[in-house]
Design a protein around this ligand. Sequence first.
Ligand SMILES: [Fe+2]
Length: 165
Amino acid sequence: MNVAEIFEKMINYSDHNLHDIAHLTKVWAYAKTIGELEQVDENTQFILEVAAIVHDIACPLCREKYGNTAGTYQEKEGMPLTYEFLQDTDCSEQQIQRIAYLVGHHHTFTHIDGLDYQILVEADFLVNADESHYDVKTRNAFYQKVFRTKAGKQLFKDMYESENQ
Ligand SMILES: [Fe+2]
């Protein structure tokens, strides 16, 4: 399957939850954009985009099982769900492993071990800062701590800087 087919599969999987669908669509758009601007290689770009599309796959289950979507729950539940979801997409075993790893670690900001991981957390933050109405201090602290790519930093500034003044 190509990225568009996996995106369609994820929308179907999201079972009419328009909030989840809007969220993953925005994160995918930023991840794709940052990846392209940073000129990551083709395989990394594919892994990044698919990871962005499926990164919150555990949210519905976490809401049901724990009553919330805290990062630790998502990380625990996300990896097996990702494996299952990607089984019939003809991604390679290596790609599935990396995508599942990213899904399982996207709320951990201390051991970012690749550009795919780095860009995914930047893209997710660009969306969450808006959706969750993070205040200026929270936004700037995260920016300083986590943002590394030139393109991600630029998007952050374009989106939030005037509000930082
Ligand atoms: Fe997210």
